[in-house]
Ligand binder design. Structure first.
Ligand code: CA
Length: 223
């Protein structure tokens, strides 16, 4: 489970943020001052720091500089209301990895969090396998027990998301967002239709794509 450290002093922002991150399955710690953010981040108890720039005690820019100055490579995602500041923190100067402008949509922030954690966990393997299904990422080819399955781009993206997190449930809203780039609107017949065709195209391995009622779908480890 990835550990996300949130440094934000405004409860109107931190409360929904912490709730959303926890719901996504992250182990979340909230701090509300710059010095606390620095101490916690340097303590090695976090995999990612979501950092507000306007923090009491020491501003976010300084927290970030100090972290880098002490050799920390912890991914830092900055929250800022000012776009001129954003260039500064993500530039060489302070060493943040990415930023999200305030006000931000939670979905957007979660996508950035995932991207940073994915990057930090090292390069993705070229090949993902589960229960006879093999996804070759560089060529976007999918085989089932050695036989190629002809997937549409959407079916491929859908399968890839499930394969990246084999054994864990991937939410319907997350799938809609990342595969169709739309917000969850409740009408997801499209998603169900694609999952259904994907299952058929995967043949026997199709039964490894499990429906988790009301939540989403899960690719089983082996079947
Ligand atoms: Ca603030």
């Amino acid at each position: 489970m990835s550990r996300v450290l949130v440094a934000e002093d405004d409860p109107d922002i931190s409360e929904p943020l912490v709730r959303a991150l926890s719901r996504e399955g992250y182990d979340v710690t909230l701090v509300t001052t710059g010095p606390a953010a620095l101490t916690h981040a340097l303590g090695g108890h976090a995999d990612l720091l979501v950092l507000d720039l306007g923090l009491p005690g020491m501003d976010g820019l300084e927290v970030c500089r100090s972290l880098r100055g002490r050799g920390s490579t912890l991914p830092v995602l900055v929250l800022t209301a000012r776009s001129d500041e954003a260039d500064l923190v993500v530039g060489l100067d302070a060493g943040a990895d990415d930023y999200v402008g305030k006000p931000f949509r939670i979905a957007e922030l979660l996508a950035r969090v995932r991207a940073q954690l994915r990057r930090a966990s090292g390069p993705e393997p070229d090949v993902l396998t589960a229960g006879g299904v093999v996804v070759d990422l560089p060529s976007r080819r999918v085989t089932v027990d050695g036989v190629e399955a002809a997937l549409t781009p959407k079916e491929y993206d859908l399968l890839l998301m499930l394969m990246r997190r084999v054994g864990t449930v991937v939410g319907r809203d997350e799938l809609m967002r990342e595969v169709w780039q739309t917000e969850w609107l409740g009408a997801t017949k499209t998603l169900d239709m694609h999952v259904s065709t994907l299952r058929k195209k995967l043949g026997d391995a199709g039964s490894n794509v499990t429906t988790v009622r009301g939540v989403g779908f899960r690719m089983e480890k082996d079947g």
